[in-house]
Design a protein around this ligand. Sequence first.
Ligand SMILES: [Ca+2]
Ligand SMILES: [Ca+2]
Length: 464
Amino acid sequence: MLAKRCALFCLTLLMAVMIASAAFAAPGDAVPTAEPFTGKILVEGLDAPWGMIWGPDDHLWITEREGKRVVDIDPATGTKTVLVEIPDIKTGPQHEGLLGLALAPDFASSGLVYLTYTYMDGEKELHKIASYKYDAATKKLSDPKDILVGIPAGNDHQGGRLVFGPDGKLYLSKGELGHNQGANRCLKNEAQRLPTADEVKNKDYAGYLGKILRLNPDGSVPDDNPEFNGVKSHVFTVGHRNPQGLLFIKDQLYSVEQGPSTDDELNHLVSGGNYGWPLIAGYQDDQAYGWVDWSAVPDCAKIAADVYMPEDQSLIVKETSHDRKDYKEPARTFYTMPSTYNFKDPKFGALAYLGWATIAPSSLDYYPPDGPIKAWQNSIIISTLKNGAIYRLPLSGDVKQVQGDLIKYFHTGNRYRQVLISKDGTKIYVITDKSGNVLDENGLGSQTLKNPGSLFVFEYEAPK
Ligand SMILES: [Ca+2]
Ligand SMILES: [Ca+2]
């Protein structure tokens, strides 16, 4: 069955890949212009795969957000074994459950793996980071220890990517829970709210929404974390919406986050930086976005509102009205739309947001300067949800800046949750969402995913 489906899928995919690549080949380019890839499904039936890393023995370790388990996949065969199941995880249809994972820098001696997930404490929904110990003999994760508990959680914009830096610190991207939009539109957005000294002392993490956090591996606050308003906490940067990609390239930290109806962002993160949300989306340019604090609007709950395009324009606070000398612009937006843009293209019907030029970035990886795909060398790689594609963006030699245009690959009718490149640079692995809306191969909105809960591999075939 799988072989039959794969045969059809692989053929379609190969064509799509070649068309996509050919369209972006520059005439006279010295690098391979066709960038020939073949694609296939390696594993099906994953229960909302979310996080993916290289484990020991060069197997893929994948978290299943709704499956509440970490699985080990042999990339040569697709054979799956379960490393651990965690029953007390709280799941939901989109943003809740088992999210990111990271190996400790001293994994070879400690065997420690860090996981992050949502859970219930009585009536309260919360988010934690815990460590587990790997036993190579039994191939199991056990001996859980709480590292940081009690971060507020909810049913939207959780963030959830976890990475260790070259500084030995653990970083978590934490979303703002979608407050001020949709069903949560009357809840105050706290991406600009800063922790107070009393809160830090009492381990009250109400001020951690819409932030990037930086921890010692034991969960304590690093001595060299930045101060905001004179208060040092786990907070490393502020003003984020739903940052789902988080990646160190050498010692430079990048994130991607999903914008409102405009301005998905790639951010180059610096300690103590304020990245603007929700006062500013993308650049401080008043294009197609202005802040409305719905929590302060009388009868907010009665407004069946399109919160980013309110009929009452007087509610909007312009981006340029904020005096933000500390504001950090994004490294790149995908994309900044003019205020005149038609956000209600009838072609997309009730799924109008699929017609917007945002891409819903979900993860980051890096293609190294010595990789075998010459055209990809020294590029940042981004997976996206809304239009099921991988994007590549070249970096400057010092990896501190992006340059050139965003180049699209591997578009299928799926939501790509994470991309991970093989260590030899010849294969690109992608996990897909279990459900959701997507722009299909024809550029039309679809509520049916082609290959839900799958692991794809796209393999580069070097020219002879
Ligand atoms: Ca921003
Ligand atoms: Ca803007």
